[in-house]
Design a protein around this ligand. Structure first.
Ligand SMILES: *Cc1c(COP(=O)(O)O)cnc(C)c1O
Length: 337
């Protein structure tokens, strides 16, 4: 039997057909498919057309968001427990790093520390699908990083709409993919999206403004459109699997709050013995990982004790739409043994 992967994109015949149609049309670069994907994303999130712009990756989306907020030489806060792309985007734009710990027992940025930080801008990821409630943050421009939380809600409103800007990643292992790489920026403030769109349309421009090629292709856009249509089903299946783990008594990290609706991007087991669990799963041909390891923290010093603690007591189990009930049960029985 082959190894059950920790993560796997859910691509099917519909994506194949959409990609084939683009290939046969001979229009591969950014065009009508990307534009339609942007419009359908606006419909999904609940924004008027023109308030979303497709880009080449989540990292590009972060960089362009920072750029649109004139972030150079500004203090930019972000958590130590997250994807390294946040640091890269801040460095690219020439911002000043302000690192923040996570709130104890959660994978999300401690917003009380943020409020005391004198940051000008904050990138706030909703880690593992758990939304961070941004109400109460004043005087800081917030970029919501929704790479792991597309479809999660706070106070009945999708994440991405609570800050000034929302960004998404469509990397292969995210909630939906545009075929391996891709990203999106949204904002209620259309002028920010217009400026990012202008930056992205780098070619054949008459003025000498700085721009760069951050475009998505129509091949990617066509796949993204199908994936977005399938998103509710994907989220439902993830929800079922998470529920099955909880019902079986697995001690999963969960943040219960009546105002927030998480989505189940990660199923993270809390355990004193992460290495033993990873090993016993592997012996049963199941791949699990430490979601963020100590060496991956953006600062691993004792200044960030909550983040460091998380690296020592967490194991991320497979949770994705293509997992069968049989596989889910096998994961449960292996962990419980
Ligand atoms: C994946 C991810 C990113 C980066 O997105 P890419 O598309 O891989 O560049 C940024 N932030 C978070 C929280 C992520 O999980």
């Amino acid at each position: 039997m082959t190894l059950l992967p920790h993560n796997k994109p859910a691509l099917g015949i519909e994506e194949e057909q959409a990609a084939t149609k683009v290939i046969r049309s001979a229009w591969l670069a950014q065009g009508i498919e990307v534009e339609s994907f942007e419009n359908e994303f606006c419909e999904f999130i609940g924004l008027p057309y023109g308030h979303a712009v497709c880009v080449s990756s989540g990292t590009a989306a972060l960089y362009l968001s920072l750029w649109s907020l004139n972030a150079q030489n500004k203090k930019i806060a972000f958590p130590v427990y997250t994807c390294s792309s946040l640091r890269h985007a801040v460095a690219m734009v020439g911002g000043i790093e302000v690192l923040i710990d996570v709130k104890e027992g959660t994978p999300n940025m401690d917003l009380d520390t943020l409020k005391r930080s004198e940051a000008d801008i904050a990138i706030i990821p909703h880690m593992f699908g758990f939304p961070n409630d941004l109400s109460g943050i004043v005087g800081i421009d917030v970029i919501e990083d929704c790479a792991q939380a597309l479809g999660a809600k706070v106070n009945g409103m999708y994440v991405g709409l609570h800050g000034r800007i929302g960004i998404y990643s469509f990397y292969a292992t995210k909630l939906i993919t545009t075929g391996g790489q891709g990203g999106m920026v949204i904002s209620k403030d259309k002028s920010l999206i217009d400026s990012i769109r202008d930056y992205r349309e780098f070619d054949c421009r008459k003025d000498a403004n700085k721009r760069f090629n951050f475009q998505m292709t129509d091949l990617q856009g066509a796949i993204g459109r199908i994936q977005l249509r399938k998103l509710p089903g994907f989220l439902q299946r993830r929800h079922e699997i998470f529920g099955a783990y909880l019902n079986a008594g697995l001690p999963l990290m969960d943040i219960v709050n009546e105002n927030s609706h998480p989505i189940r991007y990660r199923a993270v087991l809390i355990t004193k013995y992460p290495q033993q669990i990873i090993k016993s799963l592997l012996n049963n041909k199941i791949k699990s990982i430490i979601p963020i390891e100590d060496w991956e923290l953006l600062d691993k010093s004792e200044l960030f004790p909550n983040a460091l603690n998380l690296t020592k007591c967490t194991v991320s189990l497979p949770i994705y739409p293509l997992l069968s009930d049989y596989e889910v049960n096998k994961i449960i029985s292996t962990v419980l043994n």
